[in-house]
Write a protein that binds this ligand. Structure first.
Ligand code: S3P
Length: 164
């Protein structure tokens, strides 16, 4: 089966939903942040600090390309992956679920102790800016959009499975 890709901003619940869907339908999950960390032997946060965001996006793009070529299950992307133009090109050829989420829920999930390098300082304000900037990008690559705000994780997983 061709992979199902999960996109959305930090706090959309991508990793949780990918795991739930995978368990229910007996598929495995690839997480591109985890792939980059395993390959580089350092955390995403450290890559941002030591090499910068542009370098991270290149590594992330390579990880997405590999995951899409090799993996038949669920592929969960980092929130900023579709910002990279070549990554968007790849995504256009795949089934992509955008987990849409409002600022309040996303901010609550991300919490004030986010280690995410793009959300340091004013977490809610930074998250709002990222979400506003990226919404058109998520919509561009999505083959389906799930409005997650009023749904439990199990209901979101059901909606993803219905799409499969
Ligand atoms: C990022 C989101 C993170 C991670 C990195 C950059 C972003 O993944 O890839 O910190 O640019 O939004 P999550 O969406 O899983 O937090």
């Amino acid at each position: 089966m061709a992979p199902i890709v999960i996109v959305g901003p930090p706090g959309a619940g991508k990793s949780t939903i990918a795991q739930l869907v995978a368990e229910r339908i007996g598929l495995a999950v690839r997480d591109t942040d985890a792939d980059v960390e395993a390959e580089q032997g350092v955390s995403v946060q450290d890559i941002f600090v030591e090499a910068g965001e542009a370098r991270f996006r290149e590594l992330e793009h390579a990880a997405v390309a590999r995951a899409l070529a090799e993996h038949d299950g669920i592929v969960s992307l980092g929130g900023g992956a579709p910002v990279h133009e070549d990554t968007r090109k790849l995504l256009r050829e795949h089934r992509v679920v955008f987990l849409d989420v409002g600022l309040a829920q996303a901010a609550a999930r991300v919490g004030m102790n986010s280690g995410r390098p793009l959300l340091l300082g004013n977490v809610r304000g930074q998250l709002k800016r990222l979400m506003d900037e990226r919404r058109p990008v998520y919509l561009e690559v999505a083959t389906t959009v799930i409005d997650t705000d009023a749904l439990s994780p199990d209901e979101v997983a059901d909606a993803v499975i219905a799409f499969v």
